[in-house]
Design a protein around this ligand. Structure first.
Ligand SMILES: *Cc1c(COP(=O)(O)O)cnc(C)c1O
Length: 423
């Protein structure tokens, strides 16, 4: 069975990959079911109704749909309060609003997880002058590097926190585009506890991108004061057209609201312009879609292990986010993987990605994304910088059956170009 032309040897490997993924799939189903109930219950508890989908315009005063949605999302995250809006332009914008919301001139922020995600470097202003960065506004930055195994250095964190007063302790949950392991919610809880034990007034903030609904708990349920993320990743369920969220302690979320709109005004304003229904639908679907993306990642790990490639995480490892890396080993391997994956996308399947220079990268980058929403990485997508160790970072998949085709076509392309030896 199958409408796509796949080498028979690859199909056999895929069957084997599915078989060895069975336990991981069962676990994903359990987590999905729990999180889906959590979201459904939040909808019911907050009395979500058809009238909440109405559009507001202008100032957006008394937008019940928007306000209820933000209570629903706060409940889903086990948080006191949240902002969940289309008016955030990206994840980076959302994190920027949160950081500018809670930090003041003279404050120092301490990153507990080494160098942050690429786009945050300019926000913090840590690699030379960037106009309007936190540094420009008198906020200092320090970091604790990860240990050589990519894990947080708890002893060094403890010493730092004891050494002086930090306004914010910042944790990045996902590996982003590094090869370190992503952090589990339990590990984040341990770090939050450590910080709070020494310095209760330090705000623990988590970049939660790619982590939402991967586990049954969120960082806000284990001691984090504030979390933020993107709606074109996990919590938008592949339906949110754009946006971001901030959730956590009420007084902190309020400060972020003053930065999002205006001091003293906060989240009372902000027209929904008719996007509310999509945001409700996306949040409602998010646990299921995250489950599909996780199955896609597990299947990819299993298949490429069968084909003799190094992958992180392994197919049977506990996951903390939806990202899967595959070490293709050669530039040709990366290019074939991305081109094959693109050819199995529902949108722009006819396009062929090629490596190109990207701002902020010291090597060329190739990206595959045939998505309904521009740049949405909850949809099947892959990125790879053309440098050692020639690894591709892939993530997303709105539904496993479609995403599986994308992965199979990636492998098929590599096979056809003679880039798979172990078959
Ligand atoms: C995606 C992501 C961001 C934000 O990126 P945008 O592209 O601006 O949405 C920040 N941190 C991490 C770890 C991410 O994965």
């Amino acid at each position: 069975m199958g409408l796509f032309k796949i080498d028979e040897r690859l199909n056999l490997k895929a069957d084997k990959a599915l078989e060895i993924s069975r336990d991981a799939f069962r676990y994903i189903d359990e987590v999905t079911e729990y999180n889906q109930q959590k979201v459904l219950k939040a909808f019911i508890d907050n009395g979500v109704s058809e009238s909440h989908f109405a559009a507001s315009t202008g100032y957006g005063y008394n937008d019940r749909g928007r306000d209820t949605l933000e209570r629903v999302f706060a409940d889903c995250m086990g948080a006191e309060s949240s902002i969940f809006r289309h008016s955030f332009a990206s994840g980076t914008h959302t994190l920027t609003v949160a950081l500018f919301g809670i930090l003041r001139p003279g404050d120092t922020m301490l990153c507990l997880t080494g160098r942050p995600y690429d786009t945050l470097i300019g926000v913090l202003g840590i690699d030379g002058h960037v106009d309007g960065s936190l540094k420009d506004f008198g906020v200092n930055y320090e970091q604790v590097d990860l240990k050589s195994d990519g894990r947080p250095n708890l002893e060094a964190i403890e010493q730092k926190i004891k050494s002086k007063k930090y306004a914010v302790a910042y944790i990045q949950r996902s590996k982003g585009y590094s090869l370190r392991p992503s952090l589990s919610v339990a590990e984040i809880g341990e770090m939050a506890k450590l910080v709070k034990k020494i310095s209760p007034e330090t705000v623990v903030m988590v970049d939660n991108c790619y982590g939402e609904f991967v586990e049954t708990r969120e960082p806000t349920e284990v001691g984090a004061d504030l979390i933020a993320g993107s709606l074109i990743k996990n919590p938008g369920g592949g339906i949110a057209p754009t946006g971001g969220y901030i959730a956590g302690k009420k007084e902190l979320v309020e400060k972020c609201g003053y930065r999002l709109t205006a001091p003293g005004v906060g989240t009372e304003v902000g027209a929904s312009l008719g996007h509310t229904r999509e945001l409700y639908m996306g949040l409602f679907s998010a646990p299921h879609v995250v489950g599909e993306a996780l199955k896609t990642a597990v299947f990819t790990a299993a298949l490429f292990t069968e084909l003799g490639f190094d992958v992180t995480p392994k197919f049977d490892e506990k996951r903390a986010d939806i990202i899967q890396t595959v070490k293709a080993g050669t530039p040709e391997g990366l290019i074939a993987f991305c081109q094959g994956l693109q050819s199995g996308s529902p949108v722009d399947s006819f396009a062929s990605p090629v490596p190109d220079d990207m701002p902020g990268y010291d090597s060329q980058v190739i990206m595959a994304a045939g998505a309904f929403t521009l740049g949405a990485s909850i949809e099947l997508s892959a990125d790879a910088p053309l440098r050692e160790p020639f690894a591709v970072w892939m993530q997303g998949g709105l539904n496993f059956h479609s995403a599986k085709v994308g992965i199979m076509l990636a492998a098929e392309r590599m096979l056809k170009e003679g880039l798979i030896e172990n078959i």
